[in-house]
Design a protein around this ligand. Structure first.
Ligand SMILES: NC(=O)c1ccc[n+]([C@@H]2O[C@H](COP(=O)([O-])OP(=O)(O)OC[C@H]3O[C@@H](n4cnc5c(N)ncnc54)[C@H](OP(=O)(O)O)[C@@H]3O)[C@@H](O)[C@H]2O)c1
Length: 336
C-alpha cells in the first residue's frame, strides 16, 4: 500500500476565463467523509460541463470541490467512516462531485463502480459521466424501449457516442446528427443506423423521411435553440424529448399544440446536483445492465486523446474546437 501524502498536485483555475486560467498547483489531499472513499487517481475524464464551469457559466453545487473534474478512475486509498463495500487497493471508476483533476479525489462510496473486466484505468476514467447521464436520461426519463426510434444530436460527442451504443444494444433504431461527414462515419461505426450531417442536410426533413413521417420516440438533445421547435415537430405520438444542455440557447418561441395533440413529454435533467443516493440508484442499474456489456467489450469507450494532467488547458482547447470524436482524458498516474 502506498502512503498518502499531505499535499497533492491538482489543476487550479485562477478565475473564470479561457483555458489559460488552468495551471498545475499544490493543495492538501482531501480526507474522505462518512460514506466516502479517497481515490488515488490514475486518470480523469474531461467533459463539456468542465469547460462551462471553467468559463464561469456552470458553478459547482454547494459543498462540491471547486477543483474541476466529474469522473476519475484509480485505486481506493482510504475509506471514510461506515464504508464496507470497498477495500483499500480496489480498482474503481467513480462519479465525483468535483475535484477529479488531481492526484487524489473523494467520492461517495456508492457512486463508484469496479473498473470493468479487461479495461485499463485510462479508458475507465472516461466511463462514469457519460454512462450515468445517458442511462438516467435515455432509459429512465426517456423510457426508451426495444423497437423504438431514438434520435441523439451531437452523436460524436462523449455523450453521443455512449448514447448511440447503448440505444443500439437495447434494441432501438438509432438516428444521429453530427457536424461533418467524418463525424457521421464515426457514428455509423459506433452502431448508428442513420447519421445526418446537419451542416449539409435538413436533419428534421431527413428524420421525417426516414420514419415515413411518423417521427421518433425519444430524442436526447444538448443543442436547444432552434432545435427545440424542430425536436417537438420530429416526435411521434407519445414521444419524449430529453434536454441535457442548451449549447445554442435555452429560449425559443414554441407552438405547444403538438405536445397536446401527440401526447408528448418534454423533460430533462442535470446529473451533478442530484443526491449521492439518486446517483447510487443509477450506479446500481448500470452495474446490472451495462457493466456486463463493457466487460464483454460489446459496448466500448472511445478515447479521442489523452493529455498529462499538467496539460489540462490543452485538453480544454481541444474540446472547445469540437474537433474531437469520443472522449478526452487527463492521465494523472497510470501506475495508480
Ligand atoms: N445534463 C447533464 O447531466 C449533462 C451531463 C454531461 C454532459 N452534459 C452536456 O452534454 C453535452 C455533451 O457533453 P460532452 O462532454 O459529450 O461534450 P463534447 O464531447 O464536447 O460534445 C459536444 C458536441 O456537441 C456538438 N455541438 C452542437 N452544437 C454545439 C454548439 N453550439 N457548441 C458546441 N458544440 C456543439 C459538437 O459536435 P458537432 O460538430 O456535431 O456540432 C460537439 O462535439 C454538453 O452540452 C454537456 O454540457 C449534460
Amino acid at each position: 500500500m502506498t502512503e498518502i501524502p499531505q499535499q497533492m498536485r491538482h489543476i487550479r483555475a485562477s478565475g473564470p476565463g479561457g483555458p489559460e486560467v488552468l495551471s498545475l498547483d499544490s493543495m492538501a489531499v482531501p480526507a474522505p467523509g462518512p460514506g466516502e472513499i479517497l481515490i488515488r487517481v490514475a486518470a480523469a475524464g474531461v467533459n463539456r460541463p468542465d469547460v462551462l464551469q471553467r468559463a464561469g457559466s456552470y458553478p459547482p453545487p454547494p459543498g462540491a470541490s471547486p477543483v474541476l473534474g466529474l469522473e476519475a478512475a484509480g485505486t481506493v486509498a482510504a475509506l471514510g467512516e461506515g464504508v464496507t463495500q470497498w477495500a483499500v487497493g480496489d480498482r474503481v471508476t467513480a462519479l465525483t462531485p468535483g475535484g477529479a483533476y488531481a492526484e487524489y479525489v473523494t467520492a461517495p462510496a456508492s457512486n463508484a463502480l469496479p473498473v470493468p473486466d479487461g479495461m485499463d484505468m485510462v479508458t475507465a476514467a472516461a466511463v462514469p459521466e457519460t454512462f450515468f447521464t445517458v442511462w438516467t436520461n435515455v432509459f429512465q426519463r426517456g423510457r426508451l424501449q426495444p423497437g423504438e426510434w431514438f434520435l441523439v444530436h451531437g452523436g460524436s460527442s462523449g455523450i453521443g457516442s455512449t448514447a448511440i451504443q447503448l440505444a443500439r444494444q437495447f434494441g432501438a433504431t438509432v438516428v444521429t446528427t453530427a457536424g461533418s461527414d467524418g463525424k457521421c462515419a464515426y457514428c455509423l461505426d459506433l452502431g448508428a443506423h442513420h447519421a445526418i450531417n446537419y451542416r449539409t442536410e435538413d436533419w428534421a426533413a431527413k428524420v421525417r423521411e426516414l420514419t415515413d413521417k411518423r417521427g421518433v420516440d425519444v430524442i436526447l438533445d444538448m443543442v436547444g435553440g432552434d432545435y427545440i421547435a424542430q425536436n417537438i415537430r420530429s416526435l411521434a405520438v407519445e414521444g419524449r424529448l430529453v434536454n441535457i444542455a442548451f449549447l445554442q440557447g435555452s429560449k425559443a418561441e414554441i407552438d405547444f399544440t403538438p405536445v397536446m395533440i401527440r401526447r408528448l413529454t418534454l423533460t430533462g435533467s442535470t446529473l451533478r446536483p442530484r443526491t449521492p443516493e439518486q446517483k447510487a440508484a443509477i450506479a446500481a442499474e448500470l452495474r446490472e445492465r451495462v457493466w456486463p456489456l463493457l466487460s464483454a467489450g460489446t459496448v466500448k469507450v472511445h478515447l479521442h486523446s489523452r493529455f498529462p494532467l499538467a496539460d489540462a488547458a490543452e485538453a480544454h482547447r481541444l474540446m472547445e474546437t469540437s474537433a474531437h470524436m469520443g472522449k478526452i482524458v487527463l492521465t494523472v498516474d497510470e501506475t495508480a
